[in-house]
Design a protein around this ligand. Structure first.
Ligand code: UD1
Ligand code: MG
Length: 463
């Protein structure tokens, strides 16, 4: 099904995201809280944009600038418009705030909630299809829940839909109703604004409820359809931190199970692994307990990731062992490398095939060549290291002079003695050696051996 066909009304999407989210008890707007490492609003926007609507409009209000910034950063260049709701007077008022942006042509308006992040594109397509089929003024996406507490309930009568009653306005018997309003609807735009004008605030919360719109439509003889969906998880709303944690847990379980069953990944303790839904992990890789894998991390086949390790936007080749308690952020590890325990890679650090870093080694914006090693207690910052080079214990690239950062270049087949200080900018030629405890302040020629403080050539030192 394509939207915007010649004879079709265009599709516009409205995402309600102006509320503070009082129940989160937070200084941060609710839709900016992270789920799977990305703000709630980003999840909803991504799904909305995937439907290729004519317009995508976000109603912002509370912390509007921050919400806009988060969305603009995530969807750089996408056509997203914003409507501002000055005071948060309810979901009905939030839709009214977008009236001007939606009034130019008659359209199908799909309303999404910024706090209902798991809704899937397929479900929305089905909702739109039902809406068209029924030629309805409004179609409400509903589900049945074992515990419907907190949601608006769908009251059905003999003729079908009767009204939506909010939890706070519901009678005892209405609270027994399992079918709830997902907060996701399709509207005919003209009929929507016509009915919205009739909405009043005579309810328990003194707000303009969008949920009153379908009843007003019904009263004017319009058709209100219900689309009862059979996957309640998709419409779980995030209103407090308990719900946020429950959804986070649910996504994680799904991700881990998929990796085990479809990806051939072993989890020693699936309950204690936190894996981003966008991560990729290769076959026969083993993930030990308490591992966190964030963002768009990619891990190859046959790797072992030991306990306590966190990988964030990392790229890991095949046959790599990352030992206990390592932190790898925005960095790359080639095939057959070994890392850790307790190593730290950040700021686009790169290890090429077969390289090794060991205990308490930190690499920042540095490159370690093929089969080179830094086994103990080392800092490599702004450094390039060639192939088959050995960095002894306790070596430091002194890259910062208090004002700016400088580079260290180390060639192939070099031996950097333990406790060497390489005062950048400095170059160490191929095959050179530095003595233990040397402080290298000048470039070292290929094959040269330097010792002492400040380091000088062994030949001249003997004289
Ligand atoms: C709403 C529905 C309820 C439904 C539930 C599903 C109403 C009155 N109730 O309740 O029937 O079961 O969603 O999750 O609509 N917002 C604004 N401006 C406002 C108020 C809210 O933009 O003035 C936004 C919020 O940021 C949020 C969304 O609208 O993204 C829903 O608001 P929320 O307060 O969470 O409504 P619920 O109580 O969950
Ligand atoms: Mg809500």
């Amino acid at each position: 099904m394509e939207f915007g066909d010649k004879d079709e009304k265009p599709l516009n999407i409205l995402i309600l995201a102006a509320g503070l989210g009082t129940r989160m008890r937070s200084d941060r707007a609710k839709v900016l809280h992270d789920l799977d490492g990305r703000p709630l609003i980003e999840h909803v926007c991504e799904t909305a944009l995937s439907l290729k609507p004519k317009k995508t409009i976000i109603v912002v209000g509370h912390q509007a600038d921050k919400v806009r910034k988060a969305v603009d950063e995530a969807f750089n260049g996408a056509q997203i418009e914003y409507a501002t709701q000055k005071r948060q007077l309810g979901t009905g008022d939030a839709v009214t705030a977008a009236k001007e942006l939606l009034s130019e042509t008659n359209s199908t308006v799909l309303v999404l909630s910024g706090d209902v992040p798991l809704i899937e594109q397929k479900t929305l397509r089905e909702l739109i299809a039902v809406h068209k089929l029924e030629n309805a003024a409004c179609t409400v996406l509903t589900v049945k829940l074992e515990n419907p507490s907190g949601y608006g309930r769908i009251v059905r009568g003999e003729g079908g839909f009767e009204r939506i009653v909010e939890q706070k306005d519901a009678t005892e018997s209405q609270r027994e109703i399992a079918e709830i309003n997902s907060g996701i609807y399709c509207f005919d735009s003209q009929k929507l604004f016509h009915a919205l004008a009739k909405v009043e605030t005579n309810n328990a919360q003194g707000e303009y409820y969008l949920t009153d719109v379908p009843r007003h439509m019904l009263d004017s003889g319009e058709t209100v359809a219900l689309f009862l969906h059979d996957r309640p998880v998709e419409v779980e709303g995030v209103n407090d931190r308990k719900q946020l944690a429950a959804i986070e847990r649910m996504i994680n379980i799904e991700t881990v199970e998929k990796l085990m069953l479809e990806g051939g990944v072993t989890f020693i303790d699936p309950r204690s692994a936190y894996i981003s839904a966008t991560a990729v992990i290769g076959r026969d890789t083993v993930i030990h307990p308490n591992v966190t894998i964030e963002g768009d991390t990619i891990i190859g086949e046959n790797c072992v990731i030991r306990s306590g390790t966190r990988l964030s936007n990392a790229r890991v080749g095949d046959n790599v062992e990352i030992r206990d308690n390592c932190l790898v952020i925005d960095s790359e590890i080639g095939n057959n490398c070994a890392v850790g325990p307790m190593a730290h890679m950040r700021g686009h650090a790169v290890m090429l095939e077969g390289a090794k870093i060991g205990n308490f080694v930190e690499m920042k914006k540095s490159r370690l060549g093929k089969n080179s090693k830094a086994a103990h207690l080392t800092y490599l910052g702004d450094a390039t290291v060639g192939e088959n080079t050995n960095i002894g214990a306790g070596v430091i690239t002194c890259n910062y002079d208090g004002v700016s950062k400088h580079e260290t270049q180390i060639g192939n087949d070099v031996k950097i003695g333990s406790d060497t200080m390489l005062v950048a900018p400095v170059k160490i030629g191929d095959g050179a050696t530095t003595g233990a405890g040397s402080v290298v302040t000048k470039d070292v020629e290929p094959g040269e051996v330097v010792i002492g403080v400040p380091a000088r050539s062994m030949k001249s030192a003997k004289k």
